[in-house]
Design a protein around this ligand. Structure first.
Ligand code: CA
Ligand code: CA
Ligand code: CA
Length: 125
């Protein structure tokens, strides 16, 4: 899902509370410092959705705590943790570790003489 623009569905879960009236009504929430939000779908179903593009090379793992609270008195709550792993997409071109190289070779060299080494890396996995 990396690099795709927002609104990606990550997870869907139903919650239930066997009590009646407000004692059985539920509200779900997650931490608000994450690039995800919980969208209510049909009754008692919530969908976890991304609200921005994710970048695996910046952050590849998110731990989300989902809290479900009822509206009774006193309010009762249950928490559930899920881990979201951002899978890799090939969105980085390989780069050389130096922008330019100058190598020296003596004249009258023998064939197959080792002149030097250059290297390149790729941020994708
Ligand atoms: Ca990326
Ligand atoms: Ca790449
Ligand atoms: Ca990537």
């Amino acid at each position: 899902m990396e690099a795709r623009e927002g609104k990606e569905r990550v997870w869907r879960q139903s919650v239930s509370d066997p009590d009646s009236g407000d004692n059985g009504k539920t509200v779900c929430s997650i931490q608000d410092d994450l690039p995800f939000f919980l969208k209510p779908s049909v009754e008692n179903f919530y969908t976890l959705v991304t609200n921005t593009a994710l970048d695996r090379e910046t952050r590849s793992e998110y731990n989300i705590t989902i809290t479900v609270t009822d509206l009774g008195t006193p309010r009762l709550k249950t928490q559930h943790s899920i881990t979201v792993l951002v899978s890799d997409v090939n969105d980085n071109a390989p780069t050389f570790t130096q922008s330019s190289y100058t190598l020296f070779v003596p004249e009258n060299n023998s064939p197959a003489l080792h002149i030097g080494t250059i290297s390149a890396t790729d941020r994708d996995s």
